[in-house]
Ligand binder design. Sequence first.
Ligand code: HEM
Length: 170
Amino acid sequence: MSPPRPDTDQALDPLHAEKVLSDTDTRVAVAGHPIHAMLVAFPISLTMCTLGADLFYWWTGDIFWTRVALWAIGAAFLIGLLAGLSGTVELLLVPGIRTRPPSWTHFVIAVALLSMLGANFGYRLSGYEDAVLPFGVLLSVLCAGFTGLTGWHGGKLVFDYRLGAGGSKS
Ligand code: HEM
């Protein structure tokens, strides 16, 4: 008779699986409020502001808007990295988040978004006034679309699967 294999036995045990899936409480939080949810508001709103500033520059020709766009996308990228860090720690630490495929889908979409925000910021650093038209505004449209997708998908994790909020459904 072969010796017991704890990993395999646990994986086949429905009670153990239920325990893992239902452990979705946030670990990266202030007084029970997930830090990730608090931080993501900044990259989301600042990315939309960048697109708005680019469009205002296109419309008015006032270079003030090119500086607004530079600061907005820079802050979106840097705070986005912090949000990504807090989300990644949550993903790796919490068994009920780590074992659900949608969490990893969110991770992949979010890393793609962060690389776009970085590209949009980096492109402007070597001359932010000339960077807006046409490629700056095109990058901003791409970033805004991907931000919408990432935010919507993050919302699904919380409102459909109750991740980070406790009391999940499987
Ligand atoms: C890069 C790695 C990222 C990972 C691993 C990650 C992971 C997560 C996880 C596990 C949740 C569930 C709630 C929680 O446990 O805090 C969540 C929610 C969410 N994520 Fe992310 N995330 C990442 C980046 C981002 C980025 C860059 C954005 C948007 C710019 C974003 C937007 C959201 C939103 C809007 C929610 C719902 C928050 C709520 O309504 O409470 N995430 N994310």
